[in-house]
Design a protein around this ligand. Structure first.
Ligand SMILES: O=C(CO)COP(=O)(O)O
Length: 258
């Protein structure tokens, strides 16, 4: 099974910077086709650069054996009076085949709830996009011993309306809040075993993939990929440079990481 190794650029990069990254990535992936046998790369640019990145990736964009391109968010309605929002048909039109839903930063700052994640997941599958549902607990929830219940509430709330076939297209990214971003603390492998046991028991084999995200670096990627149930990594800061992302792809594709 190919490992999903992807990055969200969050609110970073101009169109010019995004093009330069994508052009370089296309050249590297074209030169190292064998890497694509082992990893499934995906890149989630800001919406302003979606079309440019899709164009730069050329024949590799969204092809089987190529790179998947995603959007960081979209509205659940197809169109209408929703000033400042983008719909799933719009981000699809710009090249996205994958849609990130419910990232912590959207739950924290933009009012995303379990209910809105559920509407967005349903809209994504209706339009044939892959939902990438992000979940994760706070330090308080973890310290109260409620992580497993919390993760199951977040996933069941978002996914319960799906058919078996639709569920098989979902990707779940477990990103504990305390491990994400510049304020985050890298998780110890031992802290991730129980959450992945729970998620793998409930969703392993029924979904497309289970990913880990939060302070992933080329230095810890290998041990994170070794956790039972982990099918890939979702990366922020370490992959905002092309060289950082390539290093992560190399680690994930390395033969010593079967
Ligand atoms: O939020 C993340 C990916 O969605 C992870 O971000 P960092 O890798 O920067 O911690």
């Amino acid at each position: 099974m190919r490992r999903w190794i992807g990055t969200s650029w969050k609110m970073n990069k101009t169109i010019g910077q995004a093009r330069a990254y994508a052009r370089g990535l296309r050249a590297e992936l074209s030169d190292r086709g064998e890497m694509l046998d082992r990893v499934q790369p995906f890149v989630i640019p800001p919406a302003t650069a979606l079309a440019a990145v899709t164009e730069e990736m050329g024949p590799l964009a969204n092809m089987a054996g190529g790179i998947r391109i995603g959007a960081q968010n979209a509205h659940w309605e197809d169109s209408g009076a929703w000033t400042g929002e983008l719909s799933i048909p719009q981000v699809k039109d710009a090249g996205a085949t994958l849609i990130e839903i419910g990232h912590f930063e959207r739950r924290e700052h933009f009012g995303e709830t379990v209910e809105t994640t559920s509407w967005k997941v349903q809209a994504a599958v209706r339009h044939g996009l892959t939902p990438l549902l992000c979940i994760g607990e706070s330090t308080q929830i973890r310290e109260a011993g409620k992580t497993a219940t919390f993760l199951l509430d977040q996933t069941r709330g978002a996914l319960s309306a799906l058919t078996v076939e639709q569920m098989s297209r979902v990707i779940i990214a477990y990103e504990p809040i305390w491990a994400i971003g510049a304020q985050g603390r890298p998780a110890k492998v031992g802290e991730l075993r129980e959450p992945f046991d729970v998620l793998a028991h409930e969703y392993g084999g029924r979904t497309e993939a289970l990913l880990y995200g939060g302070s992933v670096t080329p230095g810890n990627a290998s041990e994170l990929l070794g956790i039972p149930g982990v099918n890939g990594l979702f990366v922020g800061r370490s992959a905002w440079t092309l060289s950082g992302y390539l290093e992560l792809l190399e680690v994930a594709a390395a033969p010593e990481n079967p």
